[in-house]
Design a protein around this ligand. Structure first.
Ligand code: SF4
Ligand code: SF4
Length: 119
């Protein structure tokens, strides 16, 4: 998740953060249903965070995003007692890879919109 933007897993999208590199793909912020209710308070009803901008693919509340959207902070405050930092980052990367296999909700919508505008 990004500057004035977005994930669940990243700290500074597009930047190397510890061992984790967020590509700003937006898969996490647009598939909140994949997190089993953890992000229900942010869900716009379609599995997309209400703070996610599908055009820029960034988080619009990046500086004030919740703890659960901050990789390093959530490790320090929640997961540190359960696993090493390397294990946490490994799980985070694996989670990103799984999320990236899901359909791109906005790509599909943009394509549909384009088709409906054709004569
Ligand atoms: S607040 Fe929403 S858009 Fe921002 S990082 Fe968290 S899930 Fe993504
Ligand atoms: S799924 Fe992973 S790589 Fe993609 S935006 Fe979210 S944290 Fe970044």
């Amino acid at each position: 998740m990004a500057q004035s933007e977005k994930s669940l897993v990243e700290d500074k999208p597009g930047q190397v953060c510890g061992h984790f590199h967020c590509t700003q793909c937006g898969a996490c912020c647009s598939h909140l249903e994949a997190f089993g209710g953890v992000y229900a308070d942010l869900d716009n009803g379609q599995g997309v965070c209400r703070y996610y901008d599908p055009i820029t693919r960034l988080c619009t509340c990046y500086e004030k995003r919740p703890l659960k959207c901050r990789v390093d902070d959530s490790y320090e405050q929640i997961f540190k007692s359960q696993m090493s930092y390397d294990e946490f980052i490994q799980l985070t990367v694996e989670g990103c890879e799984r999320l990236q296999q899901l359909p791109d909700k906005f790509k599909a919508k943009q394509s549909k919109d384009k088709q409906s505008k054709q004569p």
